[in-house]
Design a protein around this ligand. Sequence first.
Ligand code: NAD
Length: 501
Amino acid sequence: MSDLTTHLAKLDSHLARYRDKGILNLINGEDVAVSETFETRSPVDESLICTVARGSATDIDAAAKAAKAAFPAWNALSGEAHKKILHKIADLIVERAEEIALCECWDTGQAYRFMSKAALRGAENFRYYADLAPSARDGQSLPTKTHLNVSSRSAIGPVGVITPWNTPFMLSTWKIAPALAAGCTVVHKPAEFSPLTARILAEIAHEAGLPAGVWNLVNGFGEDAGKALTEHPDIKAIAFVGESRTGSMIMKQGADTLKRVHFELGGKNPVIVFDDADLDRALDAAIFMIYSLNGERCTSSSRLLVQDTIADEFEAKLAARVNNIKVGHPLDPATEIGPLIHKVHFDKVTEYVGIGKTDGATLAAGGERIGDAGWFIQPTLFTHADTSMRIAQEEVFGPFLTSIRFKDEDEALAIANDVQYGLTGYIWTNDVTRALRFSDALEAGMIWVNSENVRHLPTPFGGVKSSGIGRDGGQWSFEFYMEQKNVAFALGQHKIARLGA
Ligand code: NAD
């Protein structure tokens, strides 16, 4: 049997249990059926995977109340107890990593070669925050001559987590693990296009011994379940990953209840290649950072800025490699790009092919649909673009690269910063002073020099400009999920002003 046939057989057995009842909400430790459902279909062939509970404001209310009721006891547990449960969740993710990867690929169209690693990274996120849980409440001693100031942290309360459809499993773990380690309880609203692995993750958490109500799962659409979550008075904060314009809506929706928000939003990230760089490595990294994960990746390098002295040769090699990328069934381990998540998204990406041509850029590779079933598209490359074009300004979020030439460092910097976004940037040069200068001036939350995106969990993750508000990773996640308290103890008889004495 081929690897693909084996994967399909395994997937079939994993999906069997969803066929009858569909994906239910999980509130206060119980499966909750709802009257309305929607369908999730595979982007491979549009076949029905199963039905999914379409949560309403009433379901969100029940979940928020459960999270509120569970909060005092969960928060009162020791950091060591939190650590133990979070490690157990990580253990169970590792045990079910293959199932998670197969389901995620089928639900989203992502290639198995990447998703098998994403499931394991989800486990790593839990392990990392498990180990930080015992120190989550730690504060500082900041004494003065007259007072001993002692600060501490405490969990903010029940929080809402809203996640997108790209790498939904990994992103959910990234948000939920620090929330639980901080002592918060959670209501999770996953993306409607990719509900499968959020359900597996919530089941794993309960199996690991997480008390009822600590983690509640409500599926549904953004405009009803998502909106209700952001407006609920018992929910103290919203951790959101998704599009910039959705972030803006959530900020408005949360205004009446003064919601604390953390936003990880869109990007139009530049990879800047100077003529003194190691061009072979730059080529590998530029290709990887836009065509892996179907280009449906917030940190993708969707704009190539290439120095004009090397542009002809670099773009020719790039086009040859892009034409050689293997597009295929996501469960085939040889596949490099699978289908796009949904018809809606496929239509968006293909529309940008037309926009690029109309704007006068050169279509150097791809751009066509593959087959007539599923949402497969050839990896696409536009060259000779300029920064004013829509394909150089707007997030396409597919395997779609826009190449722009520059003359010198000043022009490269001006183009790199000439977008509304500022998530990541990738600089390729062997001139160390230029790397320092350029990274200092580049408007981005995360920059890699002579490297693709290699994530280190203790470092801050997030964007500037329209790419986000707040940071994840290390202690930054705790800053979001926790309140700071300072207590000042007078050390003696300091002078107190005596009014009316
Ligand atoms: P999206 O904004 O359409 O949806 C994200 C989530 O928000 C979904 O669960 C959706 O149901 C919900 N939602 C929609 N409207 C809502 C509303 N009014 N109130 C509350 N919730 C609502 O995003 P998407 O298309 O699922 O994901 C792709 C986007 O996510 C891209 O822009 C990508 O760059 C971004 N993203 C950013 C990061 C990052 O770390 N910066 C990571 C991954 C994805």
